[in-house]
Design a protein around this ligand. Structure first.
Ligand code: AOF
Ligand code: ZN
Length: 364
């Protein structure tokens, strides 16, 4: 992987600083440079607000300067909320633009527009790093489906917990904090009814121990209508989507809808909820990233359907022995998956192994 130039690296840092705060817009960064000095910076504002390029160009004399942007500047299109960045760049008199990655929504027309106006444009500096940063957006644009992260904590002997031995929470504080930082940028978190019943999780993002300013959508898979409407997941604070099967009890449905949650009715195939149908419905609601937090049956269903893009495995130094509930449920027929490349983060006493399954490959 060729490293981005230092100015592009700065633009990438800006983009990363607004990760999860721009949805459904991609997180983008821009840096304006003159005579080897950064004269201004921009990052995408929350949806409906200025784009990174517009923010970098605001209030400065950009004539003759070079603009580094992590994504291709946008062009006019129907329903657009903000003025097109390519026009702003042209009007500002920018001489040169360095773009890391083409925007699949714009498809090269932004670069063309700039070139037609006599601006020198280079594409590709930092392309791999930006592709990595924008995996959720790129998958959603390409397939209309959210990018799926399977997150679980697992003991050294492959168990996810041992409630009968009093072990329900496996990891230490450092791992919990990291998991909350990831909840803090994704569009949605999903759990199965078993997890709601057993753990009653709030499913909120609490980075640094405090509730985040923006909460991910909570998704509950409950084919048969087993969850109580009094569960914490239905508390106000974020939209809740409950995916159920045809035929779940009408009284339960009414109670769930009364909590303010949205019901989605999914087909079944071989007895299981059609998860691809669920992902399509979430994608249509502009959900670009989804963390699947379990439990084991839910993880197995996502892996069986080859719908997992990224794995976050928190490995915890314990052996749960015969009391452990296996990560892989009995009877599941799961494929072999090699995670590559991997990030290994020590979060003492635990270790996070994070990486890609290859189920979806970004276009590059
Ligand atoms: C950019 N810079 O920082 C971002 C871009 O409705 P609008 O006006 O907000 O436009 C949304 C589209 O703009 C979005 O679908 C994506 O193609 C692009 N995002 N473009 O030039 C940015 N976030
Ligand atoms: Zn734009």
């Amino acid at each position: 992987m060729s490293a981005p130039s230092p100015f592009m690296q700065e633009a990438i840092r800006l983009a990363a600083s607004v990760r999860g705060r721009t949805s459904p817009n991609p997180w983008v960064g821009a840096v304006l440079v003159r005579d080897g000095q950064v004269i201004s910076r921009g990052a995408t504002a929350p949806y409906g607000g200025p784009h990174a390029e517009a923010a970098a160009l605001a209030g400065v004399d950009a004539r003759g300067a070079t603009l580094y942007c992590t994504l291709e500047p946008c062009v006019p299109f129907e329903g657009k909320r903000t003025p097109p960045c390519s026009d702003a760049i042209i009007q500002a008199g920018v001489a040169r633009v360095v773009v890391a990655l083409l925007d699949p929504h714009v498809g090269g027309t932004g670069v063309q527009r700039l070139r037609d106006a006599g601006i020198e444009v280079a594409v590709g500096d930092g392309a791999e790093a930006v592709t990595d940063l924008l995996r959720p957006y790129l998958k959603w644009r390409q397939l209309g489906l959210p990018y799926v992260i399977a997150k679980f904590a697992v003991s050294l002997d492959g168990a996810v917990g041992a409630p009968s031995a009093g072990v329900t929470w496996l990891t230490g504080q450092a791992a919990v904090e990291r998991a909350h930082r990831d909840r803090d940028w994704v569009d949605a978190i999903l759990v199965g009814s078993g997890t709601v019943i057993a753990d009653d999780p709030a499913l909120t993002a609490r980075p640094g121990g405090q509730p985040a300013d923006r909460q991910p959508v909570r998704v509950v898979l409950d084919a048969r209508g087993r969850t109580s409407p009094d569960s914490r997941v239905f508390a106000p604070g974020a939209p809740v989507i409950v995916a159920t099967a045809h035929g779940s009890p009408p009284e339960w449905r009414e109670a769930i809808v009364r909590t303010g949650a949205t019901l989605l009715e999914l087909d079944r195939s071989s007895g299981r909820l059609e998860l691809r149908q669920l992902l399509r419905a979430l994608g249509q609601r502009n959900i670009q990233s989804l963390v699947v937090e379990g439990g084991p049956t839910v993880h197995a269903s996502f892996f069986e359907a080859d719908l997992v893009d990224e794995v976050h495995a928190y490995v915890t130094p314990r052996l749960l022995g015969s009391a452990g509930i296996p990560l892989v449920p009995q009877g599941a027929s799961l494929p072999v998956i090699h995670i590559d490349p991997v990030e290994i983060a020590p979060l003492p006493p635990d270790v996070l192994i994070r990486g890609y399954t290859g189920s979806w490959q970004p276009p590059l």
